[in-house]
Design a protein around this ligand. Structure first.
Ligand SMILES: [Mg+2]
Ligand SMILES: [Zn+2]
Length: 678
């Protein structure tokens, strides 16, 4: 199937076992001096083998190995490879996907050396692409580079790649749906060429992907192969068109914008294809909203003033502001747009729904909610309003811009995600202090909220990190507040730790904690002692004294296994805060240099424990709480949802710049009721 593209890429091999053919191919093509480029993971899964086999074939190999697990395609990475290159090298051989591929083609074209790629994951469509996705001067750019002279994708290796990488490949490919829609739009409105043969390549590639999407999670080799073929084909389409147009539109504009903003805020962005997948859902939401205009012609809305626009571009693009302001996009007249209204609606009506594509992503565990990738509402809205200015390409975003609809559509997309955030939730995990009560006062709406959950068929449990008291205390406390509950409805950090310890076969424990914590451990069969214990536990020790702290530090320094019940730094009380378990642990760390393994929220131990105890799946759970770094953080990067209530310690302004993004923010449980419908 690849022969017809041999003028673009002379050799493409996608099959099981093709890694064994790399050395023969290199020797047959006369390469004698190869620079092999990898990172720690790709070296392990493929690089080591490839280098050995090349050497065995009598080829000189030098290595350029990145030390970071996920190198960033920036000036530093370029410098690293350029420094490793010498003019006697006749081939740069990238071993990896994503960044490794981009850097190799980018540097290859600049030093005048051909490059080839041994893929390690079906994670992106850049293998055959003529452009490298780079981050230069802090801005996402796609400079034209060169096609590799060979692509090797060994299905055995790609099939073993982490599912998240395959999910990214799926996301990048599903992005072709909105990319093709944008291309059609540009064809209609600005007369951009749309050669049938290139469109057919992308459509074929997309069809392969959609057919396999629901079977990708099973790692069926046939599906991995067809996804990989789809990714390579869409790169070929871009190379044939000499532009990324066939494979990149609104969704890539949004995804690149998110990446840029997250890097500017020193936060780690999700993989390219993961962002593109979510951005495709966002794009489809906008198309669906646009379809609502079918009956009457568009009315042009007022555009923001240039001064406003400029100050926002400055805020979002920093030092690259001049380049952005010079990207003059054509502004189409309302008459011209309305003359093509039917054709625009035909595109909108031909597209799948956002729900359909979200279901495909969900099937492989790919994020479908902004909070899941740490994307806050502000950046989501900014991306819709300002991402188009980075590039001179006519897309749906340009159309909405020409119509003056961007702000309105940004709000519609935001609303869509908020309204669908709790779909499928069957059990709410309620934090206690700051959420259902404050100290000793139950909130007036708590009982009504619990009734509402029951009436709408939702389950709930209470969960607290606070290890200064035990379960009996909390059950009694809730009962006094008029909230009767059985012990299985009250889980706490101490239980998570005790559950974990069952696998450790310890008997003797030293505990820095309250009497309540000690009695929980004794009830579980442990002997509390400061004479030769097997392990040490630090809880929210409200009775701690200097002697106990010293003994704990001695044990920790001596290398005893050491567990922190929960990470909270402060505990809210009526008139402020008191230092909590995390603060005590910080004192021990200062003395010993050792940090405990923490349990409680937000540790993965707690999430797994709740799943085990309740029997609900991860994506059926919703954490509700008042604290970002515990209640919200536990859901970050998982399929569990999170709701921040502002009735406790977090203020709305704390959300700005927070690494932990809730799915929904509400004043209190009363407001949350609106989002929980039968
Ligand atoms: Mg709380
Ligand atoms: Zn892409």
């Amino acid at each position: 199937m690849w022969n017809k593209y041999s003028t673009i890429i002379p050799h493409i091999a996608v099959d099981s076992g093709v890694i064994g053919t790399v050395a023969n191919w290199a020797a047959a093509n006369g390469y004698i001096n190869i620079l092999a480029v990898s990172d720690p993971n790709t070296h392990r899964v493929a690089g080591e083998y490839v280098v050995k086999s090349l050497k065995a074939a009598g080829i000189t190999v030098r290595e350029c190995r990145y030390t970071a697990d996920e190198p960033v395609p920036d000036e530093q990475a370029v410098g690293h490879l350029t420094a490793a290159y010498t003019p006697d090298i006749d081939l740069i051989l990238g071993i990896g996907s994503g960044t490794i591929n981009d850097i190799c083609t980018f540097v290859g074209v600049r030093v005048g050396c051909p490059s080839a790629i041994v893929g390690t994951a079906p994670s992106m469509d850049g293998y055959a692409s003529l452009g490298s996705a780079m981050l230069l001067g802090g801005i996402k750019v796609t400079p034209a580079t060169q096609c590799p002279v060979a692509i090797f994708c060994d299905i055995d290796i790609l099939g073993d790649a982490p599912m998240l990488l395959a999910a990214a490949g799926l996301g990048d490919m599903l992005g072709k749906i909105t990319a093709l829609a944008d291309w059609r739009l540009a064809h209609i409105l600005v007369g951009e060429s749309m050669p049938d043969d290139i469109v057919a390549i992308v459509e074929d590639a997309l069809a392969k992907i959609k057919a396999g999407a629901f079977h990708l999670a099973e790692r069926d080799p046939a599906v991995i192969k067809s996804i990989t073929e789809g990714l390579i084909l869409s790169g070929i389409a871009m190379s044939l068109y000499k532009d990324s147009r066939p494979a990149s539109g609104t969704e890539h504009h949004l995804a690149h914008f998110w990446e840029m903003r997250m890097l500017a805020e020193d936060r780690k962005p999700a993989l390219h294809g993961i962002k593109v997948g979510l951005a495709t859902v966002a794009g489809l939401i906008m198309w669906k909203e646009l379809a609502g205009y079918a009956r009457e012609p568009f009315q042009k809305e007022k555009q923001p003033s240039y001064a406003d626009y400029k100050s926002n571009i400055l805020r979002l693009y920093g030092s690259s502001v001049e380049a952005i302001l010079q990207t003059k996009n054509p502004v189409l007249s309302i008459d011209h747009i309305n003359a093509n209204l039917q054709a625009i609606m035909d595109i909108a009506n031909s597209l799948p729904s956002p729900e359909e594509i979200a279901a495909m992503l969900n099937a492989v565990g790919a994020p479908v909610r902004p909070a899941e990738i740490g994307l806050n509402e502000e950046t989501l809205c900014d991306s819709i309003i300002y991402a188009r200015d980075r590039k001179k390409t006519y897309t749906l975003l340009q159309l909405l811009g020409d119509l003056g609809y961007l702000e309105d559509f940004a709000e519609r997309v935001r609303q869509y995600f908020v309204n669908t955030a709790l779909t499928g939730v069957r059990c709410f995990v309620l934090d206690m202090d700051g959420t259902v009560y404050l100290s000793d006062r139950v909130f007036p709406y708590t009982k009504r909220f619990l009734k509402h959950l029951k009436a709408t068929g939702r389950d709930h449990i209470f969960y607290t990190n606070n290890s200064s008291q035990n379960a009996v205390h909390y059950i009694n406390k809730l009962q006094r507040m008029g909230i009767p509950l059985t012990p299985d409805k009250l889980l706490m950090s101490t239980h998570v730790l005790l559950d974990h310890l069952q696998t450790c076969h310890y008997k003797r424990v030293f505990i820095a904690g309250t009497d309540a914590l000690r009695s929980d451990f004794e009830a579980a069969g442990y002997i509390h002692t400061d004479n030769d214990p097997d392990f040490a536990v630090l809880g929210f020790d409200t009775d701690i004294d200097y002697r106990r702290l010293t003994v704990l530090c001695d044990f920790v320094r001596a290398g005893l296994p050491y567990y922190g019940v929960h990470i909270d730094y402060n505990c809210p009380v009526e008139n402020g805060f008191i230092p909590d378990c995390g603060s005590l642990a910080a004192a021990v760390t200062a003395s010993t240099g050792i940090t405990p393994e923490f349990f409680g929220k937000p540790s993965g131990h707690t999430l797994r424990y709740i799943i085990k105890k309740t029997g609900y799946r991860e994506d059926e759970l919703c954490f509700v709480g008042d604290r970002l770094y515990t209640d919200i953080a536990i859901a970050a990067g998982t399929q569990a949802r999170s709701v921040l209530v502002l009735s406790g310690e977090t203020k709305r302004s704390d959300l700005c710049g927070s690494a932990f993004i809730p799915d929904i923010v509400v004043e209190d449980l009363t407001e949350l009721m609106m989002y929980v419908q039968p």
